[in-house]
Design a protein around this ligand. Sequence first.
Ligand SMILES: NC(=O)c1ccc[n+]([C@@H]2O[C@H](COP(=O)([O-])OP(=O)(O)OC[C@H]3O[C@@H](n4cnc5c(N)ncnc54)[C@H](O)[C@@H]3O)[C@@H](O)[C@H]2O)c1
Length: 328
Amino acid sequence: MKVLVTGGAGFIGSHLCRRLVADGHHVTAVDNEFNGSRETVPPDAKFVFADVTDPSQVESAFATGFDAVCHLAGQVSIIRSFSDPVADLRTNVEGTLQMLQLCQRYKVPRFIYASSMTAYGDAAPVPTPETQPCLPNSYYGISKHAAERFVHTTAERSDLGFPFRATSLRMFSVFGPGQSVNNPYQGVLGIFIGKIMRGEPITIFGDGEQTRDFVYIDDIVEGWVRALSYGGGMSDVFNLGSGRSLSINQLAASAVAAFGLPPGGHPIGYQPARPGEQRAVRADITEARARLRWEPRTTFEKGLAETVRHARIEHDGSRQGAVEGAPA
Ligand SMILES: NC(=O)c1ccc[n+]([C@@H]2O[C@H](COP(=O)([O-])OP(=O)(O)OC[C@H]3O[C@@H](n4cnc5c(N)ncnc54)[C@H](O)[C@@H]3O)[C@@H](O)[C@H]2O)c1
């Protein structure tokens, strides 16, 4: 298959590109390197530096013809969605609409969208099934959900004139090697790992008893691959989570322990809760299990050990590089 991966230089996108290349697909990665870096795109994939909100930058890639678009380019931070809501809206909603328009112009038959558990909002019961009405409580959740609705309303149009199938994957908290440990706007586990490696105190917002469903990157990539070959409906939504939850206090304690430190061996401080938080999060993954035949296989403990191992190698490598590259 010829597959376009938007956000292909990002955390999830680069892992997906590597897997698709390994599976023998022809992969083009589009990214504006807002967060990601082209260095993470596998050499056998084509990299196009482009902004998904500007179709003129992406159109020549579409003109080469794609069998599927995996749309992962996005603004990923809840905090930034509050501090710069217009940029969040433009990237997540307008960027998705532009990709949908290009799919229509170039008759791309398959679209898979990186949706988010934040679409459910704070009132959803846990575990949360896909049938739960969405009531997002962060600007980010609103933009991810709005984009999802554009995706499915497009797939359900009767006037498209060509077969177009769309799947949204509502991912929960994805973690694993390659997640940034320096970016305060990205995943909470990467932030904690970075703080521990730099000897800085961990900050928890709120009382730390809010829960998240952490799902390992290899399982997420497997979910995307299964969605790509899924022959089901014209318009499907699936949760991709582990089906288990962990409190942020437990997460911090596990991260500290993964570095071989005793309980209390690394300072942890508390700050007031931030807007857009969900109190309890856990995926109901019955649908993905039944219809995608998907099963998350990596335990949190194993995934954490692998994430820390990789982060340490990179951290030691960059410190080494900094020393070697220091002015004489
Ligand atoms: N990581 C998670 O836990 C999680 C959970 C649910 C949904 N998602 C969604 O999955 C997708 C990928 O997330 P990630 O964790 O890999 O984050 P990421 O920031 O590593 O990846 C997003 C990529 O999109 C690129 N990008 C941003 N704006 C762009 C633009 N205008 N044009 C082109 N590229 C642009 C960034 O440079 C980055 O490489 C996002 O859409 C995110 O909303 C992530």
